[in-house]
Ligand binder design. Structure first.
Ligand SMILES: *Cc1c(COP(=O)(O)O)cnc(C)c1O
Length: 484
């Protein structure tokens, strides 16, 4: 593999390329076939990783297969398997093989997905797949538009930059933005990135169901107007990451209309539930957003990185992000031939639409719908199991595939501190075992266990096994308390 001439051109011979590629495909297929038998959780300290991976700059070559072997032995295994059926925490990344291969194709051909002239078909596929999404979410296909981003964080950022330009123009010194205490942290990050001060952000409390309180929002807007400030944007959550709760979208849309606020909905996690009959009813009003974030690398089963921002009017994006530098003047083209570099922040962009396109065509939308519906029902069945148990207490009911609960055996008087500690330790123990990724969150001051069940390969048996294991840890914790 070390033919010097080829080496200096950063190339492998044809035979070596084929052999190398087949080996990688074998590893990936093996992973898809056997991931269930692996442990989803890994952990390592910085010292351990340094000991394994720190080295001087490699000035001279190493055989390609040796590098690959090293990576397969020492790099790939040291990461959580987010597509594992027992990966319950944060938001899992179930992914799918067709999209992984599509990404490989897009990378193999190194397709530039920035401008029409460089790759008309890539731009066209982004337009077409965006049209599918516009239709799915009830956005107007005629004027609507959108852009694929690296993820939900960048989609939120892109949406908020657009909102700021349209509602505030150049002067946003008096502008105020509203979101709930359950809104995703990426929104606050985006608000900071685009230069708002802390005083311009209103965190509106949620009610006992974790929904944004309409009354408190109305009060906040009225008070800000009295103070001569400029309420300009409302961020609603369509599926909070914590509990899957959807804010009252219809009512919020009306308030935004009456108050002339931009209505941004962060549906990064929950938006995809629109595919399921049991999800759609929760998302009533989502079509009323000015801009909507969805995250295909979550519940649309795409591999990282793929987020998406949809907007009611695609000219809002071009009006916000178009710059006309002299070095791009030869490729500007006409209006209908969209240059996506004019619709968002990135100029050079990878061909994200391809994996969405290929996986949707290969499996068909019905398969995606069935998967999401399955996940929603799985969470409801999990809730039913927990409710019947004398050991578990449901803290927030199954909503869009998310359920929160805690160990709280009946006929025992335990303080809130003790309950918090028991549940924290259950999470620590199961995660340390590596058998399942199950971490805690805090809801209304209580430490709770949270499952996010968006992987269609997770079965009720996987969940039952994990609950049994957690119950055993819970019993251990009870013993240590009683000994004291
Ligand atoms: C995951 C998530 C985000 C952030 O998306 P990334 O793809 O991680 O950047 C934003 N909002 C919500 C509600 C999310 O669940």
């Amino acid at each position: 593999m070390n033919d010097n001439n080829l080496n200096n051109k950063l190339m492998l011979s044809k035979e070596d390329m084929l052999q190398y590629g087949y080996r990688i495909i074998e590893h990936i297929v093996d992973h898809f076939e056997n991931q269930n038998d692996k442990k989803p959780v890994t952990s390592a300290s910085r010292q351990e990783m340094d000991a394994l991976l720190a080295e001087d700059i490699p000035h001279t070559p190493t055989p390609a297969n040796d590098v690959l072997d090293f990576v397969m032995d020492h790099v790939i295994p040291h990461g959580n398997i987010v597509s594992h059926p027992k990966s319950f925490s944060f938001v899992p990344g179930p992914s799918n093989y067709v999209s992984a291969m599509a990404d490989t194709l897009a990378t193999g051909f190194n397709i530039f997905s920035g401008g029409w002239a460089a790759s008309p078909a890539a731009a066209e596929l982004e337009i077409q797949t965006m049209n599918w999404l516009l239709e799915i979410f009830g956005f107007p296909k005629k004027n609507g538009g959108g852009i694929f981003t690296s993820g939900g964080s960048m989609a939120n950022l892109t949406g908020l930059v657009t909102a700021r330009r349209i509602k505030c123009g150049d002067d946003f010194s008096k502008a105020v933005i509203y979101l709930s205490d359950q809104a995703h942290s990426s929104n606050i990050k985006a608000i900071k990135v685009i230069g708002f001060k802390k005083e311009q952000i209103r965190i509106i409390p949620t009610d006992i169901e974790f929904k944004l309180s309409i009354n408190k929002l109305k009060n906040a807007i009225a008070k800000d107007r009295l103070e001569g400030l400029h309420p300009f944007c409302m961020i609603a959550s369509a599926g909070t990451t914590n509990t899957g709760t959807v804010d009252p979208l219809d009512e919020l849309a009306t308030i935004c209309k009456n108050e002339d606020l931009w209505f941004h909905i962060d549906g990064a996690f929950g938006g995809a539930a629109i595919l399921a009959k049991d999800g759609k009813k929760f998302l009533k009003g989502i079509e009323k957003a000015d801009s909507l974030t969805v995250d295909p690398h979550k519940w649309f089963f795409q591999p990282y990185e793929m987020g998406c921002l949809l907007v009611k009017n695609h000219s809002w994006l071009s009006g916000t992000f178009s710059e006309k530098p002299e070095y791009l003047r030869d490729i500007e083209g006409n209006e209908s031939e969209i240059n996506f570099y004019d619709h968002g922040i990135q100029l050079t962009r990878r061909f994200r639409a391809l994996k969405f396109y290929m996986s949707l065509k290969t499996f068909g939308l019905d398969a995606f719908k069935n998967a999401v519906q399955y996940n929603i029902e799985l969470a409801e069945k999990t809730e039913a199991i927990l409710r019947k148990s004398a050991k578990w207490e449901v803290i927030s009911p199954a909503t869009l595939g998310v359920i929160n609960y805690r160990y709280h055996p009946i006929n025992h008087t335990l303080s809130e501190e003790q309950l918090d500690k028991i549940n924290q330790n259950i999470s620590k123990k199961i995660t340390a075992s590596g058998d399942a990724l199950l971490v805690t969150t805090i809801l209304q001051g209580q430490v709770v266990l949270r499952m996010c069940l968006i992987n269609p390969r997770t079965t009720l048996q996987h969940i039952q096994d994990t609950l049994d294991q957690c119950e055993a840890y819970g019993a251990e914790e009870m013993e240590t308390i009683q000994e004291k």
